[in-house]
Design a protein around this ligand. Sequence first.
Ligand SMILES: [Zn+2]
Ligand SMILES: [Zn+2]
Length: 517
Amino acid sequence: MDGKKKSIDVPIEALMLASDYEVDSAERPRSPYPFDSQSDASAAAAAAADAAADSHAAASGHRRQGSDYDNAPPPPYESVDPLALATEHGLELNAAILVEEPRNHQPQQGFLRWCGSFRNEAIAGVDCEMTPFDSVSASAVRRACPDAPTDSSISFVQLNRVRLDPRFRETRSPAPDLTPSQRFGHKTCEIVDGDCKPVAHEHWGKLVGPSRGIQGHHNSCYLDATLFAMFTTVSVFDGVLNRKRNKKKDIPEYEEIQKCLKLNIVNCLREHQFVRADHVIKLREQLDKLGKVPGMLGEEKDPEEFINLLLDHALKHDPYIKLSSNQACHVLQLFVDSSQYDLKLPDTETLLHLTLLQAGLKLTQTPSCLVLQTPRSGKDYKLFDRVVPSTELDISNLLTEHPRQCCVCGKLAELECHDCFLQFQEASKDYTFCKKCFDNNKDHKNPKAQHKTVGIKYPKQVTKKYGKDKPVECPVKMKLFAVVCIHTSHYVCFLRLCQPDNRPAKWLFFDSMADRS
Ligand SMILES: [Zn+2]
Ligand SMILES: [Zn+2]
């Protein structure tokens, strides 16, 4: 970029976060199944029918007789001790559970929040990502059982469909006097002081096998997979580990959290290739104490939520992504209006370009790492069935001050035609032109197409250097190094290991719960 080199190789890597389906509790889709008995509308309809039946009965002076189960008045409420009922069924309140689903569907994962008796049947109040099939009408349960939880995330199912999640069985009530090695196994995990370098390529083999990586414990997979992706083989996030506390800016817990992250987790991962679960529990306890995100100790969260809590709130790291709107963030949510495109199998590069094009945004500087979150909206309403993670991401056209190439002649581009993106030349991603090539392109002249252009403004030194005739050849490319996604209902990580000498990259799969399932 100093005018001497024609091309530059930027050793940048990207962490790409992709998700199979929604786990954000705030946006969880309710009642995804059209035949679910617990949609709000059908529950309301049932309540209305009950009320109508009752008023009709009252008006006509007699109670309705007969076997109409749904319209029968509820039997008198029998208070049941939820704790005793749970114990009777071998369960525990607030334990991680699985709800059996009919018709060969995967069991739903969640938590047992309540037990009770409804219409002479033992039922459970469960907190799952999705409403289970054939669940009992929540409003009917709440009308009949005054002590039933009213939280909208709770669904009600027959208690005999609920069993303890076997992955968490051994850890559900640890005796307080057990030592960490008695609780989490005898593999030692001494704390490592100082600075440790990422695991180098000649030692990648040490990352393969049982008891490697980060040991999972009680819904920690989102955190294990994210930390493993961020720190095992790359150093792009190491600035987070080494910044000295700024008394004015940082929270009082800054040093404690940074030290735990660095010595207990990152250094152990890099030196021992193993982090025992108690080290991660310590970090979770510290983050939980901040009181910013409830349930950090036991509940499943999103990697995005965790990254923002750790980097933004706890460690106040300067955001990696800076946008031309003066906004900055650690994670960029890809969000596209795909209605005018035929995006059957989009890749992250296309989605990143579209996201920024449609929002009228650019990056004001090359991010040292780029965390992308792919579009998603629930298990059954995904925007795309699949998203291909681009292993290389060309961001040259997304940078405000970077010289850009005309996609036809290779000289300095002067304008962008957003209407050209993905429209021609077999879904070509090119959309930058010099004036001459733009005018010569017959597609732009087509009165039906009416392509609108946006002029590109460069800093003076760029226009001075390239003028009108010099070819532009300095793409800024980022390399993919990890994908965090949901696999068999919990978060896992695929680490992409870029080998030296341009040998093909290898993939390393990491699942912190691998020994539990
Ligand atoms: Zn041109
Ligand atoms: Zn065009």
